[in-house]
Design a protein around this ligand. Structure first.
Ligand SMILES: C[S@@+](CC[C@H](N)C(=O)[O-])C[C@H]1O[C@@H](n2cnc3c(N)ncnc32)[C@H](O)[C@@H]1O
Length: 447
């Protein structure tokens, strides 16, 4: 028997009292009937009219936007960005939150995730409960730091550049993204039209004048001739082909990479290679990881999910001639960049492949130190168990998703590792995202 389709509730409005912030940046509320609402553009303690954007009768939860604020929280500010708000640009979901309050809310989310998924209080996680701002990002109420050095613009049918709306393919035309770093804004991408183009990726390197622009034309479009306001080191045109949209680089001017500066080294980062988006992030994370691991001469160390070799480089410089560092990275291009970046460090080796496949193949049975910086999904139970079996003195876990971190901390706990220190950094201001560094040691070591 086919069940009746459930009635959509999209467009329905509910007056609600808003509860706590949740993972994902929305706040939790309930309708008078008890249905759970995930409400964006609001703050805990507010009374708002929430309009449903997704969901149907009887669904486990509905998604909604706060469209009228009846009783504003003291931490609410007028959104500095004119393109943000319900149904608008999906990039910055916390434009309406005062800067200090953003960090407090992020701390609440981390606390909740640690408690629920790992059974850890902040004290047990050795965390002071704060989210640290990146140097230079402390802005006044109602201001937004211009931090984003890598930005993917979408282009609408009329050729206007913009950013995608929340959970949508629609484009919000944007003529000045407030979080774009000055180097990105100076490229003038927002000030011109992009006929035939589907997306424009702009990168402004930190510590070098390198700029990269990758254009993806619409399927079947003739490749355009493009001149930008400012000469770029790299202008690449990627071709989207058929449904799979292979990013086939068609034409290249200049170098096929940008050079970033961090941790007193220069890093070659090729197209598609991972690099932190906030200009202060790489330095800050290297410092936090090295402070946590305290490498010694002669140590053997692993840098897992190593990208272009950031932590492997810092470790390689510290373990000296008698030590050794192995980095593992699944992107071929990034692994090649890592080898290039660290060619002066004889004791650093980079393997290309997935950690879960390469690590068992290496035959490594012990390591003094481990740093892992997995993608959003985390490392997972098997990899964590494998890492714990190597008997490292300390493990540093760099995480961009507190939920994945908490899940993996629970696996580490089961495998005999306990937090020694946790730090959280606000590397994505005006959004709900947050970066954490957890340092672990074998249980029973104590301080
Ligand atoms: C968050 S980035 C970290 C990169 C580097 N640690 C840094 O800070 O620049 C995660 C990296 O893991 C790589 N990656 C994703 N899944 C992987 C896997 N299963 N095994 C190895 N590397 C993986 C990605 O290509 C990416 O470079």
């Amino acid at each position: 028997m086919q069940s009746e389709p459930k009635a959509s509730l999209v467009g329905e409005e509910y007056e609600v009292e808003v509860g706590p912030v949740a993972h994902g940046g929305h706040c939790i509320a309930r309708t008078a009937e008890g249905q759970v609402l995930f409400v964006r553009h609001t703050l805990p303690g507010e009374r708002v009219v929430a309009r449903v954007t997704e969901g149907e009768e009887g669904a486990r939860f509905l998604r909604a936007d706060a469209v009228r604020i009846l009783d504003p929280a003291k931490d609410r500010v007028e959104a500095p960005c004119p393109f943000s708000g319900p149904g608008r640009c999906g990039g910055c979901d916390w434009q309406h939150v005062a800067p200090g309050a953003q960090r407090r809310l992020k701390a609440e989310v981390i606390t909740e995730q640690l408690q629920r998924l790992a059974g850890l209080t902040p004290e047990a996680a050795r965390w002071d409960g704060t989210v640290e701002p990146a140097p230079g990002d402390k802005v006044a109420r109602g201001e937004v730091p211009a931090w984003r050095t890598r930005l993917q613009y979408a282009v609408d049918e009329a050729g206007r550049p913009g950013l995608r709306r929340h959970r949508s393919h629609e484009v919000e035309p944007v003529d000045h993204c407030l979080i774009a770093a000055p180097g990105v804004t100076e490229l003038g991408i927002e000030k011109r039209e992009w006929p035939q183009i589907e997306s424009v990726e702009a990168i402004a390197a930190t510590g070098s004048s390198d700029r990269q622009v990758v254009l993806t034309p619409r399927p079947g479009a003739r490749l355009p001739i493009v001149e930008l306001d400012r000469p770029v080191s790299v202008l690449r045109i990627a071709e989207s082909r058929g449904r799979e949209r292979h990013r086939l680089v068609h034409r290249v001017h200049g170098r096929p990479f940008v050079r970033e500066r961090a941790a007193d080294r220069t890093w070659r980062v090729g197209e598609g290679g991972f690099w932190q988006v906030h200009p202060k992030a790489a330095d800050l994370l290297v410092e936090a990881v090295m402070q946590g691991l305290m490498p010694r001469k002669g140590d053997t160390a692993l840098d897992l999910y190593c990208g272009v070799g950031l932590f492997a480089g810092a470790l390689g410089e510290r373990v000296g001639e008698r030590g050794a560092v192995l980095g593992i990275e699944s992107s071929k291009r990034a692994a090649e960049d890592a080898r290039h970046n660290l060619q002066d460090l004889d004791r650093v080796r980079i393997e290309h492949g997935k950690v879960e496949q390469v690590l068992p193949r290496t035959g490594i049975t012990e390591a003094d130190l481990i740093v892992l910086d997995p993608p959003r999904s985390g490392a997972g139970k098997e990899t964590v168990a494998h890492l714990a079996s190597l008997g490292a003195r300390r493990i540093a876990y760099v995480a961009c998703d507190p939920a994945a971190l908490a899940r993996d901390l629970a696996y580490f706990h089961d495998a005999g590792y306990t937090p020694r220190r946790l730090r959280a950094f606000d590397l994505f201001p005006v959004t709900h995202h947050v970066e954490c560094v957890a340092v672990l040691e074998p249980a029973g070591k104590g301080h």
